[in-house]
Design a protein. Sequence first.
Length: 84
Amino acid sequence: MTKCKAHMCAYGLTGPDSDQPIKKMTGLAVSHPDMESLALTCPGHQYHKTIEGKCCDGENLSAKTARYTDGFVKTWYSCIKPEM
Ligand SMILES: [Zn+2]
């Protein structure tokens, strides 16, 4: 296993109440060193929304951002194991 890090904003994670990107650092354990190239980091957003408080629908923002974005899932599909 190789450990690497990714920023979820690179996969299109934004706040549900706004379009601000959320730079959520995610630790990943990949089974092959080649897969490290799939771990995208922030392309250089000027602003990031902080993960705190609740959304307009009452759900905690941290709970919403705990899900993977479509972009993330498509990039990695079945070859990752999130590191807890
Ligand atoms: Zn970013």
